[in-house]
Structure formats: structure tokens, C-alpha cells
Design a binder for this molecule. Structure first.
Ligand SMILES: Nc1nc2c(c(=O)[nH]1)N[C@H]1C(S)=C(S)[C@@H](COP(=O)(O)OP(=O)(O)OC[C@H]3O[C@@H](n4cnc5c(=O)[nH]c(N)nc54)[C@H](O)[C@@H]3O)O[C@H]1N2
Ligand SMILES: Nc1nc2c(c(=O)[nH]1)N[C@H]1C(S)=C(S)[C@@H](COP(=O)(O)OP(=O)(O)OC[C@H]3O[C@@H](n4cnc5c(=O)[nH]c(N)nc54)[C@H](O)[C@@H]3O)O[C@H]1N2
Ligand code: SF4
Ligand SMILES: [Mo]
Length: 736
């Protein structure tokens, strides 16, 4: 029987609504849902291959448990019992800090990842928590934490209304947008220019996004913070600052003026390799635009001065009066966010409640740097990590020094992976718990609703029912919560949801500003609807949220409900101790001298940057034949001048050396990268034994992160420097 079902795409941050065609239980096609209130029919090649990804024959269908050194398929009860026994042994002997948790990117794309990790970490009480955030956007959390008092208050460019978009280190025509959830980013950029707006892209590579812009400024990687500071300096020097309606809401403007004073365009042009005149012109253009948004992504965060750069992005938005106004950089209001209430001072943001054992890195948002994960496992001594719970994470490929991490994981006493694949990381697990395929999973965007360029609400139930006795991913996570809290593998997973509901309602019923004030928590819980625990939680969060929606409202609108364009939220959103935007936070000011020093002490030699491919996603989509091949290859892109200098030709093999090791990669000569810069994508290196990735193994590629040893970090956020690190390049001796 053929039928259709709606499913929000979980494969990138654009969150497109898909219409799946399903024959029996098989997804035979995926199209963009034209009626979707957010994506209006947009789809990309990854979404279009949803069916192939869903049906990947290498996807694990049953749990695996290690027996006599080998991973064998078992039943679910046995797998959970093995998980409980293994974790119990380690925590009984060494305490909770001996268990490390690593959370990967798909947690922001799943219901399970949206709801259970905080309960899981709360039950475990380990300080050794790691995630992909410190390979990605942590600098933005830190800068927003200091500026606005809430690390999750991240402004997004108001794409549909802005007159001027300044993009740094983002390639949304390929990534489809990040920290700015917008389905059909390419279409929105086209529309921007069609209505007379302008786009400037700052990127060391002439990317597809740069090609679609009015202006491309190619800079030396890692120097964005210096360039942005120069823009700030020009605004002050030329009297171009105008905070508009924010004027009374901001502290620290004069301190920022003083911090910027030395960063004149002339002072930074050498290190940025951008002429001073071009920097000055850009500052004037930004100030003159009727509305403008400055937007930075991975090329501005996973870099040496990631937090400074992320801060300066919003300093510019503030100084030009563009923060929190239509057409500028605005704060989304998610349907499950706390309903707005009267503005009041907050606790503010701090880091360093604890420090990592080996290198003494401060905790940031409850996490330690992913770059320090390996050393926390393999460095002997009290407090060493002896067991790991990997939730949707493949750090062997995504974090610095994969070989070291690979060896470290192999030496663990115990490891659990919740992962659909037996890959470079999960191959080390003693228990692998695979979530069901995406067609069998419900979808709600807890994370991306807080980053969307338009407020909407959408929820899709599983398109294909689960087999009897097969847990969904929320149940897998909930059972892990029970195991860690001591309730045991067999405890009713629904209790985990009811505990979360009770906790929320106890607080809400006592809160005079809550719609549940004065209610009885038990009675209120009894009124919630939903077929499952996570649906009941969603129902409660929607009811408590700013739009006072219910799950039933959302279910009645299968293509979603449009909640309108973004609206101003200052000062209500602020949680700083002053109750204002604190433009010159002391920890950030303290890092400025390091940036100043970088203007003079620059090392010569090539640096490496990353790149993404439209038909790929980090490390885990190379196993779908329809997405593999073509231009989706792990090549080292080299400028023709550099190729000549290093003795490389198109198709030859280069040897690349970095702090953490060396790799070989085929050369692609292209003038899209600037001289002195080479580009290699991440997520490759599928050549390790014991994985089950037949297609990916045919074109394994090289793991770029082998070039890193984990010591290059943005100090304020603990984020690894993945863009703009020094490498040595030569022709590989084999001369292939
Ligand atoms: N050099 C370099 N390194 C980088 C980057 C870079 O640009 N350059 N980018 C960094 C960034 S931005 C990120 S976010 C990280 C990503 O780092 P990771 O999150 O570690 O890497 P992913 O490849 O996204 O791996 C996700 C894992 O989740 C599994 N998975 C997929 N779907 C699901 C699901 O629904 N449930 C569960 N439980 N598991 C699932 C996959 O099989 C895979 O094992 O990589 C970082 N590493
Ligand atoms: N197709 C596809 N989509 C994806 C992903 C994927 O792997 N494939 N991954 C998803 C994830 S996890 C994330 S975090 C997002 C990332 O989303 P984006 O940040 O938009 O994606 P990237 O391609 O990493 O873009 C980073 C850009 O920064 C540039 N760059 C490098 N160094 C510097 C620098 O020092 N300064 C400046 N100004 N630019 C620099 C690079 O040339 C590149 O164009 O994409 C998401 N979407
Ligand atoms: S753009 Fe992202 S969300 Fe949309 S179909 Fe492609 S992968 Fe899925
Ligand atoms: Mo990411």
C-alpha cells in the first residue's frame, strides 16, 4: 500500500518539511512539502535521499554487545542489562567522574537529544562532559552569555527583511545555514538582492556563497577578530555609531571605543591581508545601510580568536543600531521558550565552576573541551575517565588527534554508543544501542526553534510504526537515565518523563508569572495530552511557552503554524547582572591584548581551513551511494601559485603535516582558495577495521583532524581551532 507522511528533515539546521512516500514500510521518495509554513517546499539533495539514508543496509537494527572481545547482536533487555552492569562496575569502583559523556551533533536534531541529556548528566553527576559544541559554536554561546546574560540568547540575521547582510566564515549555500535556521537560505539571499539589498561575504575562499554576493572580501584565515575590531574603530573614529532605541540599554560603549583604538584599518591590514581602504569602505557601508545584520559562522568561531570574533559580530550589530530591530540581528522566540516576562537583572554568565584534570581548562556551560577528551582518558592518575557514554557522536573523526582518541577509547574499561552505525567511534563500544531509522522517529526542533529566522511551530510523528519491543530513541535515553540514577535498566522509562513534568510543574505552579500558578501539579499533569512521555513533555512546554499552544493545536496543523516574523525582545531577554547589554565584558576585554599581539607576530607558511559539501554531513553520510562521489571528495584544495611552490599538480598526492601528525590527500588545484591557504574537509578517514560502512569504506579519505594535537584552542570557550592552523605541505614521496 502506498501512502504519504510528513516528516521534518533532521539532516541539517534548515529543518525543511518533507513529504515522504511510503510503500509498505519503505520510504520510496521524499519531496519538499509545499504547504510547510516554514520551508514552503524547499528541499536539498540530502533531504531528497532521505529514503536511501533511512534504508541504509549498514544501519544497525539490533543492539550489539561485546562478548569475548567481539560485538554480537543481542536482544534489547540483554543490552540494557549489559549497559547497567558495565557502568555500575566503573562508578562503584571509581565514582561518577570516571564516566565521560560525549554528545554529538545529531542531539540537536532529535527529540531524544533535545529532552534527555540534561537528565542523564544530572543523574550521572560527572564533571567530564564533552560535546561537539567545543568543535563548533561554543564561542558564540560565551560571547552571548557575557553580552546578554544568557549563553543561549543568540541573535540571528533577520534574513527576510534586512537591507545588508555581512557574512563571515559561513557558506550557507552549501551548509544550508547554521545558527540561523532558514529553509531555502539560497532563495532568501536571492530575494535580499532582488529587493535592492546587498551582501558582503568575508571568507578566505571564493565559496558559492561568496559568488552569490555583491562583494567578496578574502582575508587571511583566523584574522576576523582583527578585521571586525577595525570596523568598530572606524565607526567610532568617524562618528558613525548610532545605537538607536538601544541607547539606554547598553553599558560599556566607551570601554569598547578604548579597546578598539589601536585596531585601525592600517594596523590590521597587514595581518588580515585586506587593504585598509576596503575595511573603511565596509564600515561606512554597514553604518549607512537602512538595516543590516552581521552574521558569523564556523569560519569565525572554530578559530584562534573565536570568542572575540563572535563578540565583535554583535558589538557591530549593537553599535549600528541593528541589534533587536527588524532587518537587523534579532532574537527568535521559540514555542517552548519561557514566556516573556518583565525585564529584570539576572545572574549573568560565568565559566570555570570546575577545571579539567589534565590541562586545567575551565568548564564552559557545564562542558570541557572536546579537544581534551583523549587526554582525560589516557592520562593516568586519580580522576581518569574509565568509561564513556557516546551519544550520537563520532569524535574519532570530528575531534583533534583521532589516532590518540582511537587508542584511548580502545583502552577503556567500558563504553556505550547510542548510534545507528558501527563506525570509527562506536566500534570501541561494549554496548551499541541503535536508535530506529528516521522514518520511525517523531520530530520536534527544540534547538533550532530558538535559532529560526521566523517563528513557527511544527511537529511530526513517526511516519512508520516501530516493530514490537523495539525502543525508540527517547526510550533508549530514558533507560540510560534510569541506569545512571540507580533505578536500574528495567525501570519504567515513562517515569523519567513524569519526573521531568513534575519538576517543571512544581516550579510553574509556585511561580506568580506562570499560567500554571496556583494549580495543583498532579492535576495539571493529568490534563496533559500525548501518546508518549515525550509528547506529554512537549505539550507541557508548549502550554508554558510564549504562545500558550498545546500539542493538540500543533497536531491539528500538520504543516505547522506560522507565529510571525521576529519581534524585538530587549530588555526582556536580558539576564545580565546590570539588566542591560554589557558590551565590554571583563573576560573578553582581558583577551584583547592577545589579539593585539597577533598583529605583529604572525607565522609565515600555509594554513589549513575546512569546507563542507552539499551532499555530505560531517562524518556520517558517506555511506549513502546516492550522495557519494562526484565532487564530494576528500581533496586538498591548493591555489595554483602554491601548487607550483610545493611541487604539486592536480591529481597528485600531497603530504600534509601538522602538530598532531601527517596525512596524504589528493590535490585539487583551484584559485578558489587564496594563496597561503589550503582546504580539506572533515569527517573522512573511514579506513579503520571493525566498522560496518561498506560504501564509505570504498572512498575512505583522510582525517583532517589528525593534523591537530588538541592544544590549539580559543581560550575563552575551549573551542578547537579547526580553521586557520599552520601546516606544512609537500609532494608525497610515492609520487602518485
Ligand atoms: N576539522 C574539522 N573538524 C570538525 C568540523 C570542521 O569544520 N572541521 N566541524 C565540527 C562540527 S561543526 C561538528 S558539529 C562536529 C560534529 O561532530 P560529531 O557529532 O562527533 O560528528 P558527526 O559526524 O555529526 O557524528 C554524529 C554521530 O551520530 C550518529 N547519528 C546520526 N544520526 C543519529 C541519530 O538520529 N541518533 C543517534 N543517536 N546517532 C545518530 C552518526 O552515526 C555519527 O556516529 O564536527 C566538528 N569537527
Ligand atoms: N551540506 C552540509 N551541511 C551542513 C554540514 C555538513 O557537513 N554538510 N554540517 C552542519 C554543521 S554541524 C555546521 S556547524 C554547519 C556549518 O555551517 P557553515 O559555517 O555555514 O559551514 P562551513 O562550510 O563550515 O563554512 C565555514 C566557512 O568559513 C570559511 N573560513 C574558514 N576559515 C575562516 C576564517 O578564518 N575567517 C573567515 N571569515 N572564514 C573562514 C570557510 O572557507 C567556509 O566557507 O553546517 C551544517 N550543515
Ligand atoms: S536543507 Fe537541510 S533540512 Fe532541508 S532537505 Fe536539505 S538536509 Fe534536509
Ligand atoms: Mo556543527
Amino acid at each position: 500500500m502506498t501512502r504519504t507522511a510528513l516528516r521534518i528533515c533532521p539532516l541539517c539546521e534548515a529543518t525543511c518539511g518533507l513529504t515522504l512516500t511510503i510503500e509498505d514500510d519503505k520510504v520510496t521518495s521524499a519531496r519538499g512539502d509545499r504547504d510547510d509554513v516554514f520551508s514552503a517546499g524547499f528541499i536539498c539533495p540530502k533531504g531528497a535521499t532521505f529514503g536511501a539514508l533511512d534504508a541504509d543496509p549498514d544501519r544497525l537494527r539490533r543492539p550489539l554487545v561485546r562478548k569475548d572481545g567481539r560485538l554480537v547482536e543481542t536482544g534489547w533487555a540483554e543490552a540494557f542489562a549489559a549497559a547497567a552492569a558495565g557502568l555500575g562496575t566503573v562508578t562503584a569502583a571509581h565514582g561518577p567522574d570516571a564516566v565521560g559523556v560525549v554528545l554529538g551533533n545529531p542531539n540537536v536534531h532529535t527529540v531524544a537529544g533535545g529532552l534527555y541529556p540534561s537528565q542523564l548528566i544530572g543523574a550521572l553527576r560527572s564533571r567530564n562532559i564533552f560535546s561537539a559544541s567545543t568543535l563548533d559554536q561554543m564561542p558564540k554561546h560565551v560571547s552571548c552569555g557575557y553580552l546578554f546574560g544568557d549563553p543561549n540568547a543568540i541573535p540571528v540575521p533577520d534574513l527576510d527583511r534586512t537591507d545588508y547582510l555581512l557574512i563571515l566564515g559561513a557558506n550557507p549555500l552549501v551548509s544550508n545555514g547554521s545558527l540561523a535556521t532558514a529553509a531555502d537560505f539560497p532563495g532568501k539571499l536571492k530575494a535580499l538582492r532582488r529587493r535592492g539589498g546587498r551582501i558582503t561575504v568575508i571568507d578566505p575562499k571564493r565559496t558559492r556563497t561568496a559568488e552569490a554576493a555583491d562583494r567578496h572580501i578574502s582575508l587571511r584565515p583566523g584574522t576576523d577578530a582583527a578585521l571586525l575590531f577595525a570596523l568598530v574603530q572606524v565607526l567610532f573614529a568617524e562618528g558613525l555609531t548610532d545605537l538607536g532605541t538601544l541607547a539606554d540599554q547598553v553599558t560599556g560603549v566607551e570601554e569598547v571605543r578604548a579597546l578598539a583604538a589601536e585596531f585601525t584599518p592600517e594596523a590590521v591590514e597587514g595581518v588580515c591581508e585586506v587593504p585598509a581602504g576596503e575595511i573603511r569602505a565596509l564600515a561606512r557601508e554597514l553604518a549607512a545601510a537602512p538595516s543590516a545584520a552581521v552574521y558569523g559562522r564556523l569560519g569565525s568561531t572554530a578559530v584562534e580568536f573565536g570568542t572575540l570574533g563572535s563578540w565583535l559580530v554583535d558589538v557591530l550589530n549593537v553599535l549600528t543600531g541593528n541589534l533587536d530591530r527588524p532587518g537587523g540581528a534579532m532574537f527568535p522566540l521559540a514555542p517552548t521558550a519561557r514566556a516573556p516576562r518583565a525585564a529584570a537583572p539576572g545572574k549573568g554568565f560565568t565559566v570555570g565552576r570546575w577545571y579539567s584534570r589534565v590541562s586545567g581548562h575551565p568548564e564552559v556551560k557545564g562542558e570541557l573541551p572536546a579537544a581534551a577528551f583523549a587526554e582525560e582518558i589516557d592520562t593516568p592518575g586519580e580522576g581518569r575517565i574509565r568509561a564513556v557514554i557516546a551519544l550520537a557522536a563520532n569524535p574519532v573523526l570530528s575531534a583533534p588527534d583521532g589516532h590518540r582518541l582511537d587508542r584511548a577509547l580502545a583502552g577503556l574499561d567500558f563504553m556505550i554508543s547510542v548510534d545507528p552505525y558501527l563506525n570509527e567511534t562506536s566500534r570501541h563500544a561494549h554496548v551499541v544501542l541503535p536508535p530506529p531509522r528516521p522514518a520511525q522517529s517523531a520530530h520536534y526542533d527544540f534547538a533550532f526553534s530558538t535559532l529560526a529566522v521566523r517563528n513557527t511551530v511544527r511537529y511530526t510523528r513517526a511516519a512508520v510504526p516501530l516493530e514490537d519491543g523495539r525502543p525508540d530513541e527517547p526510550e533508549i535515553y530514558a533507560r540510560l537515565v534510569h541506569i545512571l540514577s540507580g533505578a536500574g535498566a528495567g525501570a519504567d522509562p515513562a517515569v523519567v518523563d513524569e519526573q521531568a513534568i513534575a519538576r517543571l510543574l512544581t516550579r510553574a505552579t509556585a511561580d506568580p508569572q506562570s499560567p500554571f500558578h496556583g494549580d495543583d501539579p498532579g492535576a495539571a499533569a493529568g490534563r496533559l495530552s500525548g501518546r508518549t512521555g515525550y509528547e506529554r513533555r512537549l505539550d507541557l512546554m508548549l502550554r508554558m511557552g510564549p504562545y500558550a499552544l498545546t500539542l493538540d493545536d500543533v497536531l491539528a496543523h500538520p504543516h505547522g503554524i506560522d507565529l510571525g516574523p521576529l519581534a524585538p525582545r530587549v530588555p526582556e531577554i536580558l539576564r545580565t547582572p546590570s539588566g542591560r547589554i554589557e558590551l565590554a565584558p571583563a573576560p573578553i576585554a582581558a583577551d584583547v591584548p592577545r589579539l593585539l599581539r597577533s598583529l605583529t607576530g604572525r607565522a609565515a607558511g600555509p594554513v589549513l581551513i575546512g569546507r563542507r559539501h552539499l551532499r555530505s554531513n560531517n562524518s556520517w553520510m558517506h555511506n549513502v551511494p546516492a550522495l557519494a562521489g562526484g565532487t564530494n571528495l576528500c581533496t586538498l584544495q591548493v591555489h595554483p601559485d602554491d601548487a607550483a611552490r610545493f611541487g604539486l599538480t592536480d591529481g597528485s598526492t600531497a603530504l600534509v603535516k601538522g602538530d598532531g601528525g601527517e596525512i596524504e590527500a589528493p590535490v585539487e588545484v583551484t584559485d578558489a582558495v587564496r594563496p597561503g591557504v589550503v582546504s580539506l574537509p572533515h569527517g573522512w578517514g573511514h579506513d579503520r577495521d571493525g566498522t560496518r560502512l561498506a560504501t564509505a569504506g570504498l572512498h575512505p579519505g583522510a582525517n583532517v583532524n589528525q593534523l591537530l594535537d588538541g592544544t590549539r584552542l580559543d581560550p575563552l570557550s575551549g573551542t578547537a581551532v579547526l580553521n586557520g592552523f599552520p601546516v606544512q605541505i609537500s609532494a608525497a614521496s610515492g609520487g602518485r
